[in-house]
Design a protein around this ligand. Sequence first.
Ligand code: NDP
Length: 481
Amino acid sequence: MGRWFSSTLKDVLEIESDCKSFTITHKECAVNPTPELTLEHFHEGLVKRSPGEPEFHQAVMEFAEFVIPYINGNSKYLVPKILERMTEPDRTIIFRVVWEDDNGEVHVNRGYRVQFNNSIGPYKGGLRFHHSVNLSILKFLGFEQTFKNSLTTLPMGSGKGGADFNPKGKSDREVMRFCQSFMTELSKHIGENMDVPAGDIGVGAREISYMFGQYKRLKNEFTGALTGKSIEFGGSLIRKEATGYGCAYFMEQVMNHNGDSIKDKVCLVSGSGNVAQYAAEKIMHLGGKVVTMSDSSGFVHDPDGLNEEKLAYIIDLKTVRRGRIEEYAKKYKCKFFEEKKPWGIKCDLAFPCATQNEIDEAAAKKLVKNGLIALAEGANMPTTREAINVFLDAKIPFAPGKAANAGGVAVSGLEMTQNSIRLSWSREELEERLKDIMAGIHQQCVTYGIEKEENYINYVKGSNIGGFVKVADAMLAYGVI
Ligand code: NDP
């Protein structure tokens, strides 16, 4: 006793057992109590350790707001400084990527892999090719991935990577040369049991294929070191549908928890890309009525609701013809609202599936006023912090992306499993597994997010703490490393 501020594992264990044996909480422990962690103090340390990384600070602090009170009530996490350790990536790898364009000109880009945390499985997270890529953004994304992956209950650690290279406007050969050069270095740091990257913005089937081809060539082995592969060489069925389907399944869980369902509910969906298309499809399968879809030019309002034919039209419009959503309004004789977002339309359920910050405080207030029952984020961070507070204050179930859009990475995890056992599962089997995983995520949110007095589930708190606990317990078990 009496060595509270020592940092050896032995001391930490001694302290814990001392506290336990007197069945008093850490806060009450009479001898030299460890001061509670404050948001301000934690923030100061974070900025000192990682200066000039605003996106990373924002993501960590939003998480810390919910997790610090929990940690302060659980000395086993407070004393060994689990939060401080968890907000420092295991390692970051930064490297030069040199490639030649079609005119023989040499270009130099910067490649990254942030291996954030492998406490519960190999590092797992996407690669992003976009001119805005920098260390702060990748650390923010890698950090968030830790808890999303943990919530899926699959054995996946977290990582994120990419390069400040934009494939838009580049020829196919140029993209191939870039991907091969990028993988020549990255291949030293990844592997099916070490780190398994996937796609993200700017990295689709084409880029994954070029990178997988190069990895295979360099290593002279065929292993699942990347996910998002084509079906012919180890990809998984329903990966394309997984994020949207998962989001709708999550909402069904939210509704069931309150003795209701999606059936007959009027639903607003934003976006008309991958996530929006398959969220809309599953909402329809579950009996909901999807009355809006949008793109970056505005939204369409179809009060009769989508059906299979109309959705097939949208999928073709956006993925084959690459047209604008306004064409839907012309074809199906409904209204198009230029440069507007759909949140002013009266609805029961909302599914933002387009992009970040598409629901601000004013939009949230409108939704609440119009009788919104619940919201599930298909996109990453589509709701601003202020807007989230509007929903939480109104006690409306608000399912954050960390929980509601985890279906995509969950099926990537299932791709890893299929690769390891060298088998491919059927659509039906994968969909059943996806449904179970989303139900499992929901249950974790209920366990850690219930506000007992009001019987309200705070899904933001629940997903943050639920994601945290599994990783934190694994880190504790490993000792001070
Ligand atoms: P897509 O590129 O397929 O679709 C994006 C959609 O959002 C398009 O309809 C696009 O319109 C629209 N959009 C883009 N910018 C704006 C804007 N400023 N205002 C309004 N609409 C806009 O992307 P995904 O569907 O794959 O991803 C959507 C979101 O979901 C992203 O936040 C992504 O990070 C997140 N996500 C995706 C996962 C996946 O598996 N795909 C997994 C987890 C999260 P337009 O056609 O005009 O460009």
